[in-house]
Design a protein around this ligand. Structure first.
Ligand SMILES: Nc1ncnc2c1ncn2[C@@H]1O[C@H](COP(=O)(O)OP(=O)(O)OP(=O)(O)O)[C@@H](O)[C@H]1O
Length: 313
């Protein structure tokens, strides 16, 4: 993988003494969509702010397309467009003027044709002479993206792009992000929404309490999503699983009250009929069967809880 962005050993302790980021290592490939998924306060904005040169890290290095973000902050920042969470625009300006202004801030010359293209791509062209305060919430978000793209960055950061946005707008935003990627922009987004990571990302990173718990291809995560669990509620609790059941790799839960079987829902043979037959042969009676699908949400909750338990131990 040829990384366009490398984050190595980056940590952050704020002046308050709060350790917002433990040691984070992350590489982003050119042209990918990477979703950083985590609950409130996980450290997502802190990490983005460090990469964008807004917050100074306590340790570590960041390289943006070959430029060291600390030694060459301007060159590194030039490669990056940042769409912040908060609306930070002059409400009395027009869409066109504010986007051009963002371009000039980076010392880029006019090149109106590029700005026009960005506004067209974002469906803002018809509104180019409207004042920002006259726009709907969704359109205002598009203006933030236009401003972030105005200086022709290679990497676009979207901090919670759809927080507080309704479902149809969220889908619009997803389409738009995919279109930007088709044009060659590398996209890193933060989100609380697992559905959003599932829908958009090529890879997903899960962050909690300043720690990057997992970075995985979405396809690999989806494979885990294909796993299903069947819980068998037993009439009589069981102390150990009989050897005759070894081939199903069962686990005992609820202090022996339940047997859990994990199977691949997409497989031709799930192994369920043979398992139930074997239970009958062994005289193991059960009162209920319950199947559930493990989702990215389960994986996420499981990861976060496991890590919390480890830390408490
Ligand atoms: N300037 C600051 N000084 C002290 N603590 C801070 C500062 N900025 C953020 N924090 C703390 O660092 C932690 C991580 O915050 P951060 O904003 O990076 O999280 P986040 O994952 O982006 O959360 P959210 O999803 O709510 O935006 C939080 O506990 C936050 O209160």
């Amino acid at each position: 993988m040829q990384p366009i962005l490398s984050v190595r050993g980056v940590s952050k302790t704020y002046a308050s003494g709060h350790r917002a980021l433990k040691t984070v290592d992350l590489e982003i490939a050119k042209g990918e969509i990477f979703a950083l998924l985590g609950p409130n306060g996980a450290g997502k904005t802190t990490l983005i702010s460090i990469i964008c040169g807004i917050v100074t890290p306590s340790s570590g290095t960041i390289t943006v397309d070959g430029h060291d973000a600390i030694a060459e902050p301007r060159a590194a920042r030039m490669k990056i467009g940042l769409v912040p969470q908060e609306l930070s625009v002059d409400m009395f300006e027009t869409v066109l003027a504010t986007t051009r202004y963002s371009r000039r801030l980076f010392g880029r010359a006019g090149h109106d044709a590029y700005i026009d293209e960005v506004l067209r791509d974002l469906s803002l062209w018809d509104k180019r002479n409207s004042k920002i305060m006259e726009l709907s919430g969704g359109m205002k978000r598009r203006v933030l993206i236009a401003k972030a793209l105005a200086h022709e960055p290679d990497i676009l950061f979207l901090d919670e792009p759809t927080a507080g946005v309704d479902v149809s707008l969220r889908r619009d935003m997803w389409k738009l992000v995919k279109r930007l990627r088709e044009k060659g922009t590398t996209i890193i987004l933060t989100t609380h929404y697992i559905e959003e990571a599932e829908e958009m990302a090529d890879r997903v990173g899960v962050i909690n309490k300043g720690e990057l718990l997992l970075v995985e291809d979405k396809a690999a995560l989806m494979k885990k999503l294909g796993k299903r669990e069947m819980d068998i509620a037993l009439v009589e609790p069981m102390a150990t699983i009989p050897a005759e059941l070894d081939e199903w790799h069962l686990t005992l839960t609820d202090e022996g009250e339940r047997l859990r079987y994990t199977f691949d829902a997409q497989a031709e043979r799930t192994g369920i009929p043979s398992l139930l037959r074997k239970l009958g042969e062994l005289g193991i009676a059960f009162k209920d069967l319950d199947t559930s699908k493990s989702s990215l949400e389960d994986i996420f909750v499981d990861l976060v809880e496991r890590r919390d338990e480890e830390q408490a131990a």
